[in-house]
Ligand binder design. Structure first.
Ligand code: AMP
Length: 210
């Protein structure tokens, strides 16, 4: 049950309002580990509830009084970035003064820059646009505490390896890292070795929520 996972009462209320009756298997396993601050590698598919498996603990670990970007979620496509941000927005009213912003290519800069300037602690985006904003100095990640790779295998398939490397090299070393991937290939194992520290690996057989 959700109340057994160590989730704050305010967030639990938001989950209840969404009508989620019980955590999916990936959520039941990943949420307590992520809340403990440990790195997580999760093997699971879309439809498994993987987004909430990192959104719930991530949201809980944000310091609402600090307007620095504290959590960065990298996604392979803008559709996924928007979808992930929508999941955050379902819970965010439970955390006063916390904001989540999607940033992705193929759209104008102004709107995204304005959203970032409001002091978004959570940024969800595609590697190319994240790097672009970092280079322009629009996105400052010196205060980052949590990095998430969502659909890491898709990101590599889309050719984002170099962007990912350049981007992660700029991030604080003292951070928590969560990586989700449907498959764990040799290349994904390289990412895990390079960018996580002593992660707990969670593997969930394909099973959809709907
Ligand atoms: P995902 O696998 O993260 O793409 O999530 C698939 C869908 O399941 C999303 O619409 C979520 O809002 C929904 N969902 C996530 N967790 C639960 C849950 N514990 N119970 C019911 N639906 C959920």
């Amino acid at each position: 049950m959700f109340p057994d996972l160590g989730i704050d009462p305010e967030i639990l209320k938001a989950i209840e309002k969404l009508g989620f009756e019980q955590p999916s298997p990936i959520q039941a396993e990943a949420i307590p580990v992520a809340l403990s601050g440990r790195d997580v590698v999760g093997q699971s598919q879309t439809g498994s509830g993987k987004t909430m498996a990192f959104a719930i603990p991530g949201l809980q670990r944000i310091n609402a009084n600090d307007r620095a970007v504290q959590m960065l979620v990298m996604c392979p496509t803008r559709e996924l970035a928007m979808q992930v941000c929508t999941e955050f927005h379902k819970l965010i009213p439970s955390r006063k003064n916390v904001l989540a912003t999607p940033i992705y290519g193929g759209a104008g800069y102004d709107h995204q820059i304005r959203a970032l300037k409001k002091g978004s602690q959570i940024v969800v985006g595609t590697p190319g646009r994240i790097l672009d904003f970092m280079r322009r100095g629009t996105l400052k990640l010196g205060g980052l505490k949590l990095l998430v790779f969502d659909e890491a295998d898709e990101m590599l398939d889309m050719g984002f390896r170099d962007e990912i490397q350049e981007l992660v090299d700029e991030l604080p070393v003292e951070r928590q890292t969560i990586l989700f991937s449907a498959t764990i290939t040799k290349q994904i194992r390289n990412l895990i070795e390079n960018y996580t520290r002593d992660p707990e690996t969670i593997t969930i057989e394909q099973r959809t929520l709907t």
